[in-house]
Write a protein that binds this ligand. Structure first.
Ligand code: HEM
Length: 573
Protein backbone atom coordinates (compact mmCIF):
# COMPACT_ATOMS: atom_id res chain seq x y z
CA UNK A 1 0.00 0.00 0.00
CA UNK A 2 1.31 3.39 -0.91
CA UNK A 3 1.74 6.33 1.37
CA UNK A 4 2.68 9.94 1.64
CA UNK A 5 3.80 11.69 4.75
CA UNK A 6 1.49 12.35 7.61
CA UNK A 7 2.51 14.67 10.35
CA UNK A 8 1.36 13.84 13.80
CA UNK A 9 0.09 16.26 16.39
CA UNK A 10 -2.07 19.20 15.61
CA UNK A 11 -1.45 22.71 14.58
CA UNK A 12 -4.31 25.13 14.32
CA UNK A 13 -4.69 27.75 11.69
CA UNK A 14 -6.47 30.35 13.61
CA UNK A 15 -6.67 31.54 17.14
CA UNK A 16 -10.03 32.50 18.52
CA UNK A 17 -11.10 33.27 22.00
CA UNK A 18 -12.58 30.12 23.38
CA UNK A 19 -11.41 27.98 20.51
CA UNK A 20 -9.66 24.79 21.33
CA UNK A 21 -6.24 24.45 19.93
CA UNK A 22 -4.75 21.03 20.43
CA UNK A 23 -1.07 21.31 21.23
CA UNK A 24 1.18 20.92 18.25
CA UNK A 25 3.59 18.10 17.74
CA UNK A 26 6.14 17.91 20.45
CA UNK A 27 8.78 17.25 17.92
CA UNK A 28 10.25 14.15 19.47
CA UNK A 29 12.83 12.47 17.32
CA UNK A 30 11.49 10.23 14.58
CA UNK A 31 12.91 6.97 15.65
CA UNK A 32 14.02 4.54 13.05
CA UNK A 33 11.04 2.35 13.82
CA UNK A 34 8.40 4.80 12.66
CA UNK A 35 9.15 5.14 9.00
CA UNK A 36 10.20 1.91 7.39
CA UNK A 37 7.07 -0.17 7.77
CA UNK A 38 5.11 2.43 5.94
CA UNK A 39 5.10 1.91 2.26
CA UNK A 40 4.78 5.08 0.20
CA UNK A 41 2.08 6.86 -1.83
CA UNK A 42 -1.42 7.95 -0.82
CA UNK A 43 -3.92 5.25 0.00
CA UNK A 44 -7.47 5.40 -1.26
CA UNK A 45 -8.39 6.14 2.29
CA UNK A 46 -6.23 9.21 2.40
CA UNK A 47 -8.20 11.18 -0.13
CA UNK A 48 -6.71 14.28 -1.65
CA UNK A 49 -3.67 15.77 0.01
CA UNK A 50 -4.45 18.38 2.66
CA UNK A 51 -5.01 21.76 1.18
CA UNK A 52 -1.87 23.08 2.81
CA UNK A 53 0.06 20.39 0.94
CA UNK A 54 3.03 21.18 3.14
CA UNK A 55 3.61 18.47 5.64
CA UNK A 56 5.81 19.61 8.50
CA UNK A 57 9.40 18.51 8.22
CA UNK A 58 9.03 16.08 11.10
CA UNK A 59 6.02 14.45 9.47
CA UNK A 60 5.27 10.81 10.11
CA UNK A 61 4.45 8.42 7.29
CA UNK A 62 0.77 8.26 6.45
CA UNK A 63 -1.30 5.12 6.29
CA UNK A 64 -1.56 2.10 8.50
CA UNK A 65 1.20 1.76 11.09
CA UNK A 66 1.39 -1.72 12.51
CA UNK A 67 1.97 -1.99 16.25
CA UNK A 68 5.55 -3.24 16.01
CA UNK A 69 6.52 0.16 14.58
CA UNK A 70 5.18 2.10 17.51
CA UNK A 71 5.73 -0.25 20.46
CA UNK A 72 9.40 -1.23 20.95
CA UNK A 73 8.48 -3.71 23.69
CA UNK A 74 5.40 -5.08 21.99
CA UNK A 75 6.29 -8.60 23.08
CA UNK A 76 5.39 -7.73 26.65
CA UNK A 77 1.80 -7.03 25.61
CA UNK A 78 -0.29 -10.23 25.65
CA UNK A 79 -2.15 -11.56 22.61
CA UNK A 80 -4.76 -14.32 22.24
CA UNK A 81 -3.46 -17.90 22.21
CA UNK A 82 -3.29 -19.96 19.02
CA UNK A 83 -1.83 -17.29 16.74
CA UNK A 84 -1.73 -18.66 13.19
CA UNK A 85 1.09 -17.67 10.80
CA UNK A 86 -0.12 -15.17 8.15
CA UNK A 87 -3.70 -15.15 9.43
CA UNK A 88 -2.87 -14.00 12.95
CA UNK A 89 -5.43 -14.12 15.76
CA UNK A 90 -8.34 -15.14 13.62
CA UNK A 91 -9.31 -18.29 15.46
CA UNK A 92 -12.68 -17.80 17.12
CA UNK A 93 -12.97 -14.22 15.81
CA UNK A 94 -15.92 -13.03 13.79
CA UNK A 95 -15.78 -10.51 10.98
CA UNK A 96 -19.14 -9.20 12.11
CA UNK A 97 -18.43 -8.67 15.79
CA UNK A 98 -14.86 -7.38 16.21
CA UNK A 99 -15.75 -5.29 19.24
CA UNK A 100 -17.52 -8.08 21.07
CA UNK A 101 -14.60 -10.40 20.28
CA UNK A 102 -12.25 -7.84 21.76
CA UNK A 103 -14.36 -7.63 24.91
CA UNK A 104 -13.98 -11.39 25.28
CA UNK A 105 -10.22 -11.18 24.77
CA UNK A 106 -9.99 -8.30 27.24
CA UNK A 107 -11.60 -10.43 29.92
CA UNK A 108 -8.84 -13.02 29.37
CA UNK A 109 -5.86 -10.80 28.57
CA UNK A 110 -6.27 -7.76 30.81
CA UNK A 111 -6.12 -3.97 30.46
CA UNK A 112 -3.88 -3.94 27.38
CA UNK A 113 -3.55 -6.56 24.68
CA UNK A 114 -2.83 -6.88 20.98
CA UNK A 115 -4.45 -8.65 18.08
CA UNK A 116 -2.98 -9.46 14.72
CA UNK A 117 -5.04 -9.86 11.57
CA UNK A 118 -3.40 -10.64 8.24
CA UNK A 119 -0.01 -9.31 9.35
CA UNK A 120 -1.43 -6.06 10.77
CA UNK A 121 -1.18 -5.76 14.50
CA UNK A 122 -3.22 -3.49 16.79
CA UNK A 123 -2.90 -2.61 20.45
CA UNK A 124 -6.12 -2.32 22.47
CA UNK A 125 -6.47 -0.52 25.77
CA UNK A 126 -9.42 -0.91 28.12
CA UNK A 127 -7.96 -0.58 31.60
CA UNK A 128 -8.89 2.66 33.37
CA UNK A 129 -5.35 3.69 34.35
CA UNK A 130 -3.92 3.25 30.85
CA UNK A 131 -6.94 4.91 29.20
CA UNK A 132 -6.56 7.87 31.56
CA UNK A 133 -2.91 8.15 30.55
CA UNK A 134 -3.90 8.12 26.86
CA UNK A 135 -6.29 11.00 27.60
CA UNK A 136 -3.31 13.22 28.45
CA UNK A 137 -3.52 15.73 25.61
CA UNK A 138 0.03 16.93 26.10
CA UNK A 139 1.40 13.49 25.17
CA UNK A 140 -1.32 11.98 22.99
CA UNK A 141 -3.68 13.09 20.22
CA UNK A 142 -6.42 11.55 18.11
CA UNK A 143 -5.12 8.94 15.70
CA UNK A 144 -6.90 8.81 12.37
CA UNK A 145 -6.54 5.19 11.39
CA UNK A 146 -8.46 2.03 10.68
CA UNK A 147 -12.18 2.59 10.24
CA UNK A 148 -11.89 6.37 10.39
CA UNK A 149 -9.20 6.51 7.72
CA UNK A 150 -11.39 4.20 5.64
CA UNK A 151 -14.04 6.91 5.66
CA UNK A 152 -11.71 9.49 4.11
CA UNK A 153 -12.88 8.76 0.56
CA UNK A 154 -16.37 9.70 1.77
CA UNK A 155 -15.70 12.74 3.94
CA UNK A 156 -12.03 13.65 3.53
CA UNK A 157 -10.87 16.36 5.91
CA UNK A 158 -14.25 17.06 7.52
CA UNK A 159 -14.29 17.37 11.31
CA UNK A 160 -14.49 13.69 12.24
CA UNK A 161 -11.94 12.35 9.77
CA UNK A 162 -9.47 15.25 9.51
CA UNK A 163 -5.87 14.54 10.40
CA UNK A 164 -4.85 16.67 13.34
CA UNK A 165 -2.59 18.86 11.25
CA UNK A 166 -5.13 19.64 8.50
CA UNK A 167 -6.06 23.34 8.59
CA UNK A 168 -9.71 22.62 7.86
CA UNK A 169 -10.13 20.95 11.24
CA UNK A 170 -9.49 24.11 13.25
CA UNK A 171 -11.35 26.28 10.75
CA UNK A 172 -14.45 24.09 10.79
CA UNK A 173 -14.26 23.59 14.55
CA UNK A 174 -14.19 27.34 15.19
CA UNK A 175 -16.93 28.08 12.67
CA UNK A 176 -19.25 25.26 13.79
CA UNK A 177 -18.77 25.08 17.58
CA UNK A 178 -21.17 28.01 18.19
CA UNK A 179 -23.80 25.87 16.42
CA UNK A 180 -23.78 23.78 19.63
CA UNK A 181 -23.95 26.63 22.10
CA UNK A 182 -26.75 26.82 24.63
CA UNK A 183 -28.55 29.42 22.52
CA UNK A 184 -28.32 27.26 19.42
CA UNK A 185 -29.55 24.22 21.32
CA UNK A 186 -32.52 26.13 22.70
CA UNK A 187 -33.43 27.08 19.12
CA UNK A 188 -33.26 23.42 18.02
CA UNK A 189 -35.52 22.30 20.87
CA UNK A 190 -38.92 23.07 19.24
CA UNK A 191 -37.77 21.31 16.06
CA UNK A 192 -36.74 18.28 18.12
CA UNK A 193 -40.21 18.26 19.66
CA UNK A 194 -41.75 18.46 16.25
CA UNK A 195 -39.84 15.42 15.01
CA UNK A 196 -40.68 13.55 18.23
CA UNK A 197 -44.34 14.22 17.48
CA UNK A 198 -43.93 12.39 14.20
CA UNK A 199 -42.44 9.44 16.06
CA UNK A 200 -45.30 9.26 18.57
CA UNK A 201 -47.80 9.62 15.73
CA UNK A 202 -46.17 6.62 14.06
CA UNK A 203 -46.04 4.62 17.29
CA UNK A 204 -49.70 5.40 18.03
CA UNK A 205 -50.60 3.98 14.63
CA UNK A 206 -48.50 0.85 15.20
CA UNK A 207 -50.10 0.40 18.59
CA UNK A 208 -53.60 0.80 17.13
CA UNK A 209 -52.74 -1.81 14.51
CA UNK A 210 -51.54 -4.19 17.24
CA UNK A 211 -47.99 -4.23 15.91
CA UNK A 212 -44.75 -4.18 17.88
CA UNK A 213 -42.50 -1.24 17.03
CA UNK A 214 -39.12 -1.58 15.35
CA UNK A 215 -37.00 0.32 17.86
CA UNK A 216 -33.65 0.73 16.03
CA UNK A 217 -35.44 1.48 12.75
CA UNK A 218 -37.68 4.11 14.29
CA UNK A 219 -34.91 5.67 16.38
CA UNK A 220 -32.84 5.96 13.21
CA UNK A 221 -35.70 7.73 11.48
CA UNK A 222 -36.14 10.05 14.44
CA UNK A 223 -32.49 11.02 14.80
CA UNK A 224 -31.94 11.41 11.06
CA UNK A 225 -34.96 13.70 10.78
CA UNK A 226 -33.79 15.64 13.85
CA UNK A 227 -30.29 16.40 12.59
CA UNK A 228 -31.57 17.01 9.06
CA UNK A 229 -34.18 19.44 10.31
CA UNK A 230 -32.16 21.26 12.97
CA UNK A 231 -28.89 21.31 11.07
CA UNK A 232 -30.00 21.71 7.50
CA UNK A 233 -33.72 22.56 7.39
CA UNK A 234 -34.30 19.35 5.48
CA UNK A 235 -37.02 16.71 5.70
CA UNK A 236 -36.22 13.18 4.54
CA UNK A 237 -39.82 12.09 5.12
CA UNK A 238 -38.56 9.03 6.99
CA UNK A 239 -41.77 8.37 8.92
CA UNK A 240 -43.80 8.40 5.77
CA UNK A 241 -41.67 5.65 4.21
CA UNK A 242 -41.93 1.93 4.63
CA UNK A 243 -38.32 1.34 3.60
CA UNK A 244 -35.31 3.30 4.86
CA UNK A 245 -34.57 6.50 3.01
CA UNK A 246 -31.97 5.83 0.28
CA UNK A 247 -29.63 8.21 2.12
CA UNK A 248 -29.74 5.89 5.13
CA UNK A 249 -29.15 2.85 2.95
CA UNK A 250 -26.16 4.53 1.31
CA UNK A 251 -24.82 5.66 4.66
CA UNK A 252 -25.09 2.20 6.20
CA UNK A 253 -23.41 0.88 3.05
CA UNK A 254 -20.38 3.16 3.42
CA UNK A 255 -20.05 2.43 7.15
CA UNK A 256 -20.25 -1.30 6.57
CA UNK A 257 -17.74 -1.13 3.73
CA UNK A 258 -15.31 0.93 5.87
CA UNK A 259 -15.51 -1.72 8.57
CA UNK A 260 -15.08 -4.60 6.13
CA UNK A 261 -11.87 -3.02 4.78
CA UNK A 262 -10.32 -3.71 8.18
CA UNK A 263 -11.08 -7.37 8.06
CA UNK A 264 -9.72 -8.39 4.67
CA UNK A 265 -6.06 -8.76 3.69
CA UNK A 266 -6.52 -6.57 0.61
CA UNK A 267 -9.23 -4.19 -0.65
CA UNK A 268 -8.92 -5.99 -4.00
CA UNK A 269 -10.98 -8.77 -2.43
CA UNK A 270 -13.91 -6.42 -2.12
CA UNK A 271 -14.17 -5.38 -5.76
CA UNK A 272 -17.94 -5.68 -6.01
CA UNK A 273 -18.48 -4.10 -2.63
CA UNK A 274 -16.11 -1.32 -3.65
CA UNK A 275 -18.22 -0.51 -6.71
CA UNK A 276 -21.32 -0.42 -4.54
CA UNK A 277 -19.44 1.81 -2.10
CA UNK A 278 -18.65 4.27 -4.87
CA UNK A 279 -22.31 4.37 -5.83
CA UNK A 280 -23.21 4.96 -2.17
CA UNK A 281 -20.75 7.84 -1.92
CA UNK A 282 -22.14 9.35 -5.11
CA UNK A 283 -25.64 9.14 -3.64
CA UNK A 284 -24.57 10.83 -0.39
CA UNK A 285 -22.84 13.62 -2.31
CA UNK A 286 -25.79 14.09 -4.61
CA UNK A 287 -28.21 14.37 -1.68
CA UNK A 288 -26.04 17.03 -0.09
CA UNK A 289 -25.57 18.96 -3.32
CA UNK A 290 -29.35 19.12 -3.71
CA UNK A 291 -29.68 20.33 -0.16
CA UNK A 292 -27.15 23.11 -0.66
CA UNK A 293 -28.71 24.09 -3.99
CA UNK A 294 -32.14 24.38 -2.38
CA UNK A 295 -30.74 26.50 0.45
CA UNK A 296 -29.03 28.87 -1.96
CA UNK A 297 -32.18 29.08 -4.05
CA UNK A 298 -34.19 30.04 -0.95
CA UNK A 299 -31.72 32.77 -0.08
CA UNK A 300 -30.59 31.19 3.22
CA UNK A 301 -32.14 29.53 6.25
CA UNK A 302 -32.63 30.56 9.85
CA UNK A 303 -29.03 30.42 11.04
CA UNK A 304 -28.70 26.64 11.29
CA UNK A 305 -25.51 24.61 10.76
CA UNK A 306 -25.79 24.81 7.00
CA UNK A 307 -26.00 28.60 7.12
CA UNK A 308 -22.92 28.59 9.28
CA UNK A 309 -21.10 26.34 6.87
CA UNK A 310 -22.06 28.42 3.85
CA UNK A 311 -21.90 31.94 5.17
CA UNK A 312 -19.89 32.24 8.36
CA UNK A 313 -16.35 33.48 8.13
CA UNK A 314 -13.79 32.55 10.74
CA UNK A 315 -13.97 35.31 13.38
CA UNK A 316 -10.24 35.98 13.28
CA UNK A 317 -8.89 34.99 9.89
CA UNK A 318 -12.05 35.64 7.87
CA UNK A 319 -11.58 32.29 6.12
CA UNK A 320 -14.61 30.33 4.95
CA UNK A 321 -15.19 26.65 4.36
CA UNK A 322 -14.71 25.70 0.71
CA UNK A 323 -17.63 24.24 -1.25
CA UNK A 324 -15.99 20.82 -1.19
CA UNK A 325 -15.44 21.01 2.56
CA UNK A 326 -19.07 22.05 3.14
CA UNK A 327 -20.21 18.95 1.29
CA UNK A 328 -17.96 16.80 3.46
CA UNK A 329 -19.15 18.47 6.66
CA UNK A 330 -22.81 18.05 5.75
CA UNK A 331 -22.37 14.32 5.13
CA UNK A 332 -20.35 14.05 8.35
CA UNK A 333 -23.01 15.76 10.43
CA UNK A 334 -25.86 13.86 8.85
CA UNK A 335 -24.07 10.59 9.59
CA UNK A 336 -22.38 11.37 12.95
CA UNK A 337 -25.42 13.32 14.08
CA UNK A 338 -27.86 10.45 13.97
CA UNK A 339 -26.32 6.99 13.82
CA UNK A 340 -24.82 7.05 17.33
CA UNK A 341 -27.77 8.78 18.99
CA UNK A 342 -30.25 6.31 17.54
CA UNK A 343 -28.21 3.45 19.01
CA UNK A 344 -28.06 5.18 22.40
CA UNK A 345 -31.84 5.65 22.43
CA UNK A 346 -32.41 2.06 21.33
CA UNK A 347 -30.20 0.57 24.05
CA UNK A 348 -31.82 2.82 26.66
CA UNK A 349 -35.30 1.70 25.56
CA UNK A 350 -34.19 -1.92 25.70
CA UNK A 351 -33.07 -1.56 29.31
CA UNK A 352 -36.14 0.46 30.28
CA UNK A 353 -38.40 -2.24 28.85
CA UNK A 354 -36.45 -4.97 30.62
CA UNK A 355 -36.40 -3.30 34.01
CA UNK A 356 -39.86 -2.11 35.08
CA UNK A 357 -38.49 -0.66 38.32
CA UNK A 358 -36.08 1.60 36.48
CA UNK A 359 -38.83 2.53 34.02
CA UNK A 360 -41.27 3.35 36.84
CA UNK A 361 -38.72 5.58 38.55
CA UNK A 362 -37.88 7.38 35.33
CA UNK A 363 -41.56 7.80 34.50
CA UNK A 364 -42.33 9.16 37.94
CA UNK A 365 -39.64 11.75 37.41
CA UNK A 366 -41.06 12.78 34.06
CA UNK A 367 -44.53 13.14 35.58
CA UNK A 368 -43.17 15.13 38.48
CA UNK A 369 -40.98 17.47 36.44
CA UNK A 370 -43.09 17.93 33.35
CA UNK A 371 -46.55 17.58 34.80
CA UNK A 372 -49.15 17.93 32.07
CA UNK A 373 -47.08 20.29 29.96
CA UNK A 374 -47.69 19.00 26.47
CA UNK A 375 -44.63 20.75 25.10
CA UNK A 376 -41.85 20.54 27.70
CA UNK A 377 -39.56 23.52 27.43
CA UNK A 378 -35.84 23.47 26.75
CA UNK A 379 -34.98 23.99 30.43
CA UNK A 380 -37.27 21.16 31.51
CA UNK A 381 -35.21 18.55 29.71
CA UNK A 382 -32.05 19.01 31.76
CA UNK A 383 -34.19 18.53 34.88
CA UNK A 384 -34.82 14.90 33.99
CA UNK A 385 -31.80 13.79 35.98
CA UNK A 386 -32.79 10.15 36.40
CA UNK A 387 -33.77 9.75 32.74
CA UNK A 388 -30.36 11.15 31.89
CA UNK A 389 -28.75 8.57 34.17
CA UNK A 390 -30.57 5.82 32.29
CA UNK A 391 -29.06 7.18 29.10
CA UNK A 392 -25.60 7.50 30.64
CA UNK A 393 -25.77 3.93 31.87
CA UNK A 394 -26.93 2.65 28.46
CA UNK A 395 -23.95 4.46 26.92
CA UNK A 396 -21.68 2.95 29.53
CA UNK A 397 -22.58 -0.60 28.60
CA UNK A 398 -22.93 0.08 24.88
CA UNK A 399 -21.03 3.22 23.90
CA UNK A 400 -22.42 3.40 20.42
CA UNK A 401 -19.15 4.80 19.02
CA UNK A 402 -17.30 1.92 20.63
CA UNK A 403 -13.66 2.96 20.32
CA UNK A 404 -11.36 5.86 19.61
CA UNK A 405 -7.69 5.83 18.72
CA UNK A 406 -4.86 7.80 20.34
CA UNK A 407 -1.32 8.30 19.09
CA UNK A 408 1.83 9.42 20.90
CA UNK A 409 2.90 12.97 20.03
CA UNK A 410 6.48 12.08 21.00
CA UNK A 411 8.32 9.07 22.36
CA UNK A 412 6.76 8.28 25.72
CA UNK A 413 5.99 5.49 28.14
CA UNK A 414 2.35 4.52 28.54
CA UNK A 415 1.34 3.98 32.13
CA UNK A 416 5.00 4.12 33.12
CA UNK A 417 5.34 0.63 31.68
CA UNK A 418 4.94 0.41 27.91
CA UNK A 419 7.37 2.44 25.78
CA UNK A 420 5.80 4.01 22.71
CA UNK A 421 7.49 5.69 19.82
CA UNK A 422 6.18 8.92 18.40
CA UNK A 423 3.24 8.01 16.12
CA UNK A 424 2.65 4.73 17.95
CA UNK A 425 -1.02 4.33 18.65
CA UNK A 426 -3.65 2.31 20.50
CA UNK A 427 -7.38 1.83 20.30
CA UNK A 428 -9.24 2.70 23.47
CA UNK A 429 -12.10 0.22 23.67
CA UNK A 430 -14.67 2.30 25.45
CA UNK A 431 -16.99 -0.60 26.17
CA UNK A 432 -14.08 -2.31 27.90
CA UNK A 433 -13.06 0.81 29.81
CA UNK A 434 -16.68 1.08 30.94
CA UNK A 435 -16.50 -2.43 32.36
CA UNK A 436 -13.23 -2.10 34.27
CA UNK A 437 -14.12 -3.69 37.63
CA UNK A 438 -11.67 -1.36 39.39
CA UNK A 439 -13.98 1.52 38.46
CA UNK A 440 -17.40 -0.07 38.10
CA UNK A 441 -17.26 -2.77 40.78
CA UNK A 442 -17.50 -6.54 40.64
CA UNK A 443 -20.62 -6.67 38.45
CA UNK A 444 -20.01 -4.19 35.64
CA UNK A 445 -22.50 -5.95 33.33
CA UNK A 446 -25.39 -4.99 35.59
CA UNK A 447 -27.52 -2.11 34.29
CA UNK A 448 -27.74 0.38 37.14
CA UNK A 449 -28.44 4.07 36.43
CA UNK A 450 -27.47 4.95 40.01
CA UNK A 451 -23.87 4.56 38.95
CA UNK A 452 -24.42 8.09 37.65
CA UNK A 453 -25.90 9.69 40.74
CA UNK A 454 -24.07 12.77 41.98
CA UNK A 455 -22.02 11.11 44.68
CA UNK A 456 -21.00 8.18 42.50
CA UNK A 457 -19.91 10.49 39.67
CA UNK A 458 -17.90 12.64 42.06
CA UNK A 459 -16.21 9.62 43.59
CA UNK A 460 -14.99 8.26 40.25
CA UNK A 461 -11.58 9.01 38.86
CA UNK A 462 -11.48 11.28 35.77
CA UNK A 463 -11.38 9.71 32.31
CA UNK A 464 -13.21 6.56 33.34
CA UNK A 465 -16.34 7.31 31.28
CA UNK A 466 -15.69 8.28 27.67
CA UNK A 467 -18.65 7.60 25.36
CA UNK A 468 -17.95 10.87 23.56
CA UNK A 469 -14.21 10.43 23.17
CA UNK A 470 -11.62 12.69 24.71
CA UNK A 471 -9.74 15.96 24.38
CA UNK A 472 -9.87 18.46 21.55
CA UNK A 473 -11.27 15.89 19.15
CA UNK A 474 -14.08 14.75 21.46
CA UNK A 475 -17.63 14.83 20.16
CA UNK A 476 -18.81 18.30 19.16
CA UNK A 477 -22.43 17.06 19.19
CA UNK A 478 -22.43 15.73 22.77
CA UNK A 479 -24.93 18.23 24.18
CA UNK A 480 -27.09 17.93 21.10
CA UNK A 481 -27.25 14.14 21.45
CA UNK A 482 -27.91 14.20 25.19
CA UNK A 483 -30.63 16.82 24.91
CA UNK A 484 -32.36 15.07 22.04
CA UNK A 485 -32.18 11.62 23.62
CA UNK A 486 -33.30 12.76 27.10
CA UNK A 487 -36.21 14.67 25.59
CA UNK A 488 -37.34 11.71 23.51
CA UNK A 489 -37.01 9.19 26.35
CA UNK A 490 -39.06 11.52 28.57
CA UNK A 491 -41.78 11.83 25.94
CA UNK A 492 -41.93 8.09 25.27
CA UNK A 493 -41.94 7.13 28.95
CA UNK A 494 -44.74 9.57 29.61
CA UNK A 495 -46.87 8.23 26.80
CA UNK A 496 -46.29 4.47 26.73
CA UNK A 497 -45.65 1.42 28.81
CA UNK A 498 -42.91 -0.58 27.10
CA UNK A 499 -43.43 -4.33 26.88
CA UNK A 500 -40.46 -6.44 25.83
CA UNK A 501 -40.69 -9.63 23.84
CA UNK A 502 -39.85 -12.20 26.56
CA UNK A 503 -37.95 -14.30 24.04
CA UNK A 504 -35.67 -11.43 22.97
CA UNK A 505 -32.02 -11.67 23.96
CA UNK A 506 -29.85 -8.63 23.32
CA UNK A 507 -27.75 -9.05 20.20
CA UNK A 508 -25.52 -6.19 19.16
CA UNK A 509 -24.81 -5.37 15.52
CA UNK A 510 -21.50 -3.68 14.76
CA UNK A 511 -20.96 -1.40 11.79
CA UNK A 512 -18.55 1.19 13.22
CA UNK A 513 -21.42 2.05 15.55
CA UNK A 514 -23.39 -0.33 17.75
CA UNK A 515 -27.10 -1.08 17.63
CA UNK A 516 -29.36 -3.63 19.34
CA UNK A 517 -30.29 -6.01 16.57
CA UNK A 518 -33.92 -6.93 15.97
CA UNK A 519 -35.21 -5.08 19.02
CA UNK A 520 -38.99 -4.79 18.91
CA UNK A 521 -41.20 -3.59 21.72
CA UNK A 522 -44.92 -3.83 22.33
CA UNK A 523 -46.54 -0.65 23.54
CA UNK A 524 -49.46 0.20 25.75
CA UNK A 525 -50.81 3.68 26.16
CA UNK A 526 -50.39 4.65 29.77
CA UNK A 527 -53.54 4.53 31.82
CA UNK A 528 -52.53 7.44 34.03
CA UNK A 529 -53.69 10.72 32.56
CA UNK A 530 -50.39 12.54 32.91
CA UNK A 531 -48.97 13.51 29.56
CA UNK A 532 -51.67 11.53 27.78
CA UNK A 533 -52.44 14.31 25.38
CA UNK A 534 -50.64 14.14 22.09
CA UNK A 535 -47.73 16.49 21.82
CA UNK A 536 -48.89 19.99 21.11
CA UNK A 537 -52.42 19.39 22.46
CA UNK A 538 -52.08 20.76 25.92
CA UNK A 539 -55.03 19.81 28.08
CA UNK A 540 -56.79 22.33 30.19
CA UNK A 541 -58.84 22.05 33.35
CA UNK A 542 -57.01 18.97 34.62
CA UNK A 543 -54.83 18.53 37.61
CA UNK A 544 -51.38 19.92 36.98
CA UNK A 545 -48.74 17.96 38.65
CA UNK A 546 -46.37 20.38 40.29
CA UNK A 547 -42.70 20.35 39.61
CA UNK A 548 -41.35 18.48 42.58
CA UNK A 549 -37.89 19.09 43.91
CA UNK A 550 -35.31 18.00 41.42
CA UNK A 551 -32.48 15.90 42.68
CA UNK A 552 -29.17 17.70 42.40
CA UNK A 553 -26.70 15.45 40.71
CA UNK A 554 -23.10 15.78 39.77
CA UNK A 555 -23.56 17.53 36.50
CA UNK A 556 -20.44 18.94 35.06
CA UNK A 557 -20.43 22.68 35.59
CA UNK A 558 -21.81 24.69 32.71
CA UNK A 559 -20.08 27.82 31.59
CA UNK A 560 -21.78 31.09 32.39
CA UNK A 561 -23.67 32.44 29.44
CA UNK A 562 -21.21 35.29 28.92
CA UNK A 563 -18.29 32.91 28.68
CA UNK A 564 -17.36 31.60 25.25
CA UNK A 565 -18.44 28.02 25.53
CA UNK A 566 -16.87 25.24 23.59
CA UNK A 567 -18.99 22.10 23.64
CA UNK A 568 -16.02 19.80 23.27
CA UNK A 569 -14.12 20.96 26.32
CA UNK A 570 -15.28 18.87 29.26
CA UNK A 571 -14.13 18.66 32.80
CA UNK A 572 -11.89 15.64 33.13
CA UNK A 573 -10.46 16.18 29.67
C1 HEM B 1 -24.87 9.38 21.58
C2 HEM B 1 -24.45 10.06 20.52
C3 HEM B 1 -23.03 10.26 20.14
C4 HEM B 1 -21.91 9.56 20.49
C5 HEM B 1 -21.82 8.32 21.40
C6 HEM B 1 -20.78 10.19 19.84
C7 HEM B 1 -19.46 9.77 19.99
C8 HEM B 1 -18.38 10.44 19.44
C9 HEM B 1 -17.00 10.10 19.69
C10 HEM B 1 -16.52 8.94 20.56
C11 HEM B 1 -16.24 10.97 19.00
C12 HEM B 1 -14.69 11.01 18.97
C13 HEM B 1 -14.16 10.11 17.90
C14 HEM B 1 -12.64 10.02 17.88
O1 HEM B 1 -11.96 10.42 18.83
O2 HEM B 1 -12.13 9.50 16.89
C15 HEM B 1 -17.13 11.86 18.29
C16 HEM B 1 -16.73 12.89 17.46
C17 HEM B 1 -17.60 13.65 16.72
N1 HEM B 1 -18.98 13.65 16.79
FE1 HEM B 1 -20.11 12.52 18.01
N2 HEM B 1 -21.24 11.23 19.09
C18 HEM B 1 -22.60 11.32 19.25
C19 HEM B 1 -23.45 12.25 18.69
C20 HEM B 1 -23.07 13.23 17.80
C21 HEM B 1 -23.95 14.22 17.23
C22 HEM B 1 -25.43 14.37 17.57
C23 HEM B 1 -23.19 14.96 16.36
C24 HEM B 1 -23.59 16.14 15.50
C25 HEM B 1 -24.72 16.79 15.62
C26 HEM B 1 -21.84 14.43 16.40
C27 HEM B 1 -20.79 14.90 15.66
C28 HEM B 1 -19.46 14.55 15.88
C29 HEM B 1 -18.35 15.16 15.16
C30 HEM B 1 -18.45 16.20 14.06
C31 HEM B 1 -17.18 14.60 15.70
C32 HEM B 1 -15.74 14.94 15.33
C33 HEM B 1 -15.24 16.05 16.25
C34 HEM B 1 -13.81 16.49 15.94
O3 HEM B 1 -12.96 15.66 15.68
O4 HEM B 1 -13.58 17.69 16.00
N3 HEM B 1 -21.80 13.39 17.29
N4 HEM B 1 -18.44 11.53 18.59
Amino acid sequence: MAETTEPTGTTGTAGTAGAIRPPGPEGGPVTSGTAPGAAGGPTAADGPAPSAGRAPADALPKGFRSAELGWPELKRIPHPPYRIPLLGDLLGASRRTPLQDSLRYAAELGPIFRRKVFGREFVFVGGAALAADLADETRFAKHVGLGIANLRPVVGDALFTAYNHEPNWQLAHDVLAPGFSREAMAAYHPMMLDVARRLTGHWDRELAAGRAVDVPGDMTKLTLETIARTGFGHDFGSFERTRPHPFVTAMVGTLTYAQRLNTVPSPALLRRASRRNEADIAHLDHTVDELVRARRANGGGDGDLLDRMLDTAHPVTGERLSAQNVRRQVVTFLVAGHETTSGALSFALHYLARDPRVAARARAEVDRVWGDTAMPGYEQVAKLRYVRRVLDEALRLWPTAPAFAREARADTVLGGEHPMRRGGWALVLTAMLHRDPGTWGPDPERFDPDRFDAAAVRARAPHTYKPFGTGARACIGRQFALHEATLVLGLLLRRYELRPDPAYRLRVTERLTLMPEGLRLHLERRRTPVGGAPLGEERTGERRIGEGPVEAVGEEPTASSSEPRCPVRRSGD
